[in-house]
Design a protein around this ligand. Sequence first.
Ligand SMILES: Nc1nc2c(ncn2[C@@H]2O[C@H](COP(=O)(O)OP(=O)(O)O)[C@@H](O)[C@H]2O)c(=O)[nH]1
Ligand SMILES: [Mg+2]
Length: 594
Amino acid sequence: MTAPGLSGSDVNHMDVVATAGHVDHGKSALVRALTGMEPDRWAEERRRGLTIDLGFAWTTLRSGRRVAVVDVPGHEKFVGNMLAGVGSVPAALLVVAADDGWSAQTAEHVAVLDALGVRHALLAVTKSDLADPAPVVADVRQRLASTSMGDVPAVAVSALSGTGVPALGAALEALLAGLPPADPAAAVRLWIDRAFTIRGAGTVVTGTLAAGSVAAGDHLLLGDREVVVRRVQSLGAPVERASATARVALNLRGVAVEDLSRGDALLTPGAFRRTDVVDVTLTAEAGGDLPAEPVVHVGSAAVGARLRPLDGPTVRLRLASALPLRVGDRLLLRDPGTRRVVGADVRDVEPPELRRRGAARQRAADLAAQPGGAEGAAVDLARRRIVRADDFTAMGWPVPPGATAHGPWLMAAGLADDLAARVPDVVVRYRRLRPLEPGPPVEVVRRALELPDADLVGAVVRPPLELREGRVVDGVTGLPPQVQHAIDEIRRRLAEDPFAAPEAPDLVAAGLGTRELAAAVRSGQLVRIADAVYLAPGIADEARRRLAAVAQPFRLSAARQAWGTSRRVAVPLMEWLDAQGVTERLPDDSRRLR
Ligand SMILES: Nc1nc2c(ncn2[C@@H]2O[C@H](COP(=O)(O)OP(=O)(O)O)[C@@H](O)[C@H]2O)c(=O)[nH]1
Ligand SMILES: [Mg+2]
């Protein structure tokens, strides 16, 4: 049967909720009453009647909608496990006993949900067979009103008698129908909450898939190593593919269970970057008593951190170990001493160093003024100037409008134009120092503009400048006037007698050293035949034309006569023509035209 509002292709759809509430208020009993499943997994838990670790159960509600429940421990000693359970779950089922009311861990769990920004919650006042639930319903709803959960629907139940359980199911359906849909095309970041081995299958991990989808054969990253998903299970049954939101169990190839633990994440390759320093904005004014060393919770992970206040609600966190975080992630900071929690929104996963005096305050002011979304992405990109596009999206940013892509690089809006305006000056200054060269090599321009990749130079060279043979040139030869004058004189004489290469002493007398002559060759004004033998471009055609009138094959002396030149020129010219493929040298050392 397919639930109303769910299309046929969504038959695998499910929602996930987590319980919350004080120990012994009846969370596990309620999950049992709702699902018919036993959420307490450990023998020790059943013996002690106490949830220690996370429990998992699921059921199909009356409409056909399936719901998985993560049952968390309520005891104060196990709040770390509670945090791992609610970290990826979008909705909460808050359980309060009618005979006890708002209690210490009710407050602690509500503070956690509030800090995480959970907006969808349902209140179950249970043990209504023991006391009138109405005052507790009113009191708790009033306390919740000022949290992220706001105006929370409530149901009075008794897990013992079953009273109110069908109403709870109906209220749960209404709650789940209001959840924003998860994006099944998003990148996967599966925070692992359990890892174990199954005989014959090997390593298995479980987690709440909050976005994206996973199928057998998928390659995912675990730290630096790649693992392959061998099989996927969801709610105890094999599936081809599981799409968010879902509870999943993945059978992995390429990793031993000892190398995995709660808090590790399986990631779509390339979609996330690990970072150990982030700038965040606290979601609530924490006053003067911010913990210097909070524990940072995200997903099922918990890592130590050092907190540096920048200014106002903006702080910098240095994590004891790197996490795959993105801009926009909500973290929970917890002071293990006072048990206080505060939410924190990740603003930057690769923040700038703060060296100068006042840099921290400035950074806080910048972040306070920086909007989210595409506008914030534009501001962030403007600061970075140029980034790899895949790196930028892995930070959690969308590509902002106006940014320009060049190969794998992303340039801030307007930057290419600004840089292009600076290139003529780089060329002029270079030519002033090295007038014989046609223009600066690409690498010189790359360094002058502080570009990360020489391939980007092409994006900032505009006409009349152009890229030619690895240099930025201005299209005109531009040799110094005396040099150009001497070259002009040589070309004038070669125009009269194309094979009368100037003698070496004549070149020296004209002020043409090796560098000047190389510049003339580079600018296409002379052709170098050999050391100190320079002729005009087009000499190959002229040499061929004259050799065509000579009987084939011919000897060097015949060529020399046809060209009307000396052996000094004829010998290297003959070899040069061989090399150019104009002539062919025969075994007896004679030549013929090709
Ligand atoms: N009378 C009554 N007892 C309940 C009800 N729900 C739970 N209990 C009892 O309360 C105790 C704690 O329940 P449990 O589900 O383990 O609480 P949890 O710590 O919140 O998971 C157990 O002894 C349950 O049998 C209820 O609706 N009515
Ligand atoms: Mg329990």
